[in-house]
Design a protein around this ligand. Sequence first.
Ligand code: ADP
Ligand code: MG
Length: 256
Amino acid sequence: MLECNDITMHFGVFCAVRGCTFSITRGEITGLIGPNGAGKTTMFNLIAGAFKCTSGQFIYEGEDVTRLSTDQRFHKGLVRTFQIPHEFQHLTVVENLMMVPPRQLGEGLLNNWISPRRVARQEAETYRRAWETLKFLELTHVAYERAGRLSGGQKKLLELGRTMMTDAKLVLLDEPAAGVNRTLLRKLEEKIQFLNKDRGYTFVLIEHDMEMIQKLCGPIFCMAEGAVLIQGDFNTVRSDPRVLEAYLGETVGDAI
Ligand code: ADP
Ligand code: MG
C-alpha cells in the first residue's frame, strides 16, 4: 500500500531520518518501535506530508505522492493522529468531530446563499456520522463537554474518532496508549482491531507498550538513530541483539 524508498531528512545539519526503506502492507497493523529520539514521529510527519524529505520517494497506492501536501494526501485517505492530541479544546466533543470532514459546503458564504438546503443536508449528515462515531467509541455521554475537559484516554479515543470522520485508508497512530488507563487501553485496542478487520483500515502504530504491539501488530519494524534497524514479526524483532542494544543505550543514557 505504501512504499518508502530511501527516505532521508535533515533538520539543519542534524540527520533525523537516514536512508529508510520499508513498505506497509494493506490490511495489516504494522508496529513502529524504537527508543525516544529514533525518528519515529519524524517519519510519520514525512509520510503524512507535514515534513518534506531531503531525498527519497513515497509511493502510495501505486502513485508517487512525494511532492503532495498534507491536505492532498489526507484526501487520498492517508490520515495521521498526534502523539499529543490536537483537539480544539473550547469546542465540544461532537463539534470536534464535525470539524474534520474536508471541503464542507457550509464553509463558503456563497454556498450558504446559493444552496442553503444542500448545506443543511450535509451538516445533518456530518452530525449523524459524528454521532455514530461517538457511539462506536462509547463517548456519547461526553458529546457536549468541551474537548479540553476530557481525560487523556478519552482524548486519544477522540483522535481515533477523527480518523473515522474521513474516508481513511491508511491511519498513522502516534503513541495512542501513552497516558491511557488500563480500562480505556483495552477499549482502544478493541476499536483499532475492529476498524482494521471490519472497516478495512490499514494502520501503522508507534507504541512503547510492547503488550499492545504484540497483541495488535503483524509486521514490526524498529528504528534507532534515524535508521530502520530490523523488520520482522514480534519474536524476531524482540530477540534481535541490535534492538536490545538500541533500547539499552536509551536506558543508560537516561540514567546519566
Ligand atoms: P521519536 O518520535 O522516535 O521519539 P522524533 O522523530 O520525535 O523521535 O525525533 C527524532 C530526532 O529529531 C530527535 O533527535 C529530535 O530531537 C529531532 N527533532 C524532531 N523534531 C525536530 C524539529 N522540529 N527540529 C529539530 N529537531 C527535531
Ligand atoms: Mg515520537
